[in-house]
Design a protein around this ligand. Structure first.
Ligand code: ATP
Length: 269
């Protein structure tokens, strides 16, 4: 299905950097200190006995930038990027799930430096069905094997996990050398929402906008909600442009109308 050769998923080379991620300054700082700078200046960090990497676990409500951050980390260190959706792997037969997971890590090793992003980590272990629990356990064990293997090889493969519900996570995954950096990716605050709106509107024809006002009116919106709001506003402006035959700027009203039609999704978390 449009994927190269016999690779299971596409290996991408993201262009995003941490600059493209709006707000989340604390998170970005932690990522720079633990992942980016140690790779760029290994001698400096070695002098303090601090080395690069380990695996990062991002958690927080949906749509607030976990995937985006993982891509940006790959972008920052000029690495390849492989996105593993655990749900899809779990739906395979016992045995096949594990070998596929192994193949994906293998694919990452062949494409190093490479960031592996494992989404929906909580999908493992949430099941009440005994057969499924056994299946989950086998996959957790395989993942542990892969993570431990990486550490000893120290071979330019970085693993970033994401979950909306870290409290359901198998505790074995949290031991040292595994997902030991746990980072909360919170919903954007007012000023962060303003920044995200700015980022999503950059290089588009806009009227004189008061984005702080929109930010105030979009409490509990995720970054994804804000992105969708801008897309809807663009749609309004486009329709006007088609009617008038010239480029109509996006107005405050376009944004306000779009925002009012949208429900904030971080509240349900
Ligand atoms: P899920 O838990 O559902 O996987 P997520 O936290 O991984 O969600 P992302 O996929 O990173 O969410 O975010 C969805 C989209 O929302 C991104 O593609 C991005 O465009 C936008 N977005 C989210 N947060 C931010 C942010 N802080 N700055 C800029 N864009 C953002």
């Amino acid at each position: 299905d449009g994927k190269d050769g016999n690779e299971l998923v596409e290996t991408e080379k993201p262009k995003e950097t941490l600059e493209d991620v709006g707000g989340l300054e604390e998170v970005k700082k932690k990522i720079r200190m633990n992942f980016i700078f140690p790779l760029q200046q290994p001698e400096l960090f070695a002098a303090y006995g601090k080395d690069a990497g380990g695996s990062l676990l991002l958690f927080g409500p949906p749509g607030c930038g976990k995937t985006f951050l993982a891509r940006a980390i790959a972008g920052e260190i000029n690495a390849n990027f492989i996105h593993i959706e655990l749900q899809a792997i779990l739906s395979m037969y016992v045995g096949q799930s594990e070998s596929n997971l192994h193949d994906l890590f293998q694919q990452a090793r062949q494409n190093k430096p490479c960031v592996i992003f494992i989404d929906e980590l909580d999908a493992m272990g949430g099941s009440r069905n005994t057969m499924r629990q056994h299946h989950d356990r086998m996959l957790v064990n395989q993942l542990l094997l892969e993570l431990d293997g990486l550490q000893s090889l120290n071979d330019g493969v970085f693993v970033i996990g994401a979950t909306n519900t870290p409290w359901y996570l198998d505790s074995a995954l949290r031991r040292p050398g595994r997902f030991n950096h746990l980072v909360f990716v919170p919903p954007p605050e007012e000023l962060e929402r303003e920044t995200i709106l700015q980022l999503k509107l950059a290089n588009k024809p806009v009227d004189r906008l008061q984005l702080l006002k929109i930010a105030k009116e979009t409490r509990h919106f995720s970054g994804a909600d804000l992105e969708q709001t801008v897309k809807d506003a663009v749609e309004h402006a486009l329709e006007r442009s088609l009617q008038s035959g010239s480029i109509e700027p996006i107005t405050q009203d376009d944004l306000r109308t779009a925002a009012r039609k949208r429900k904030a999704t971080t509240l349900e978390w």
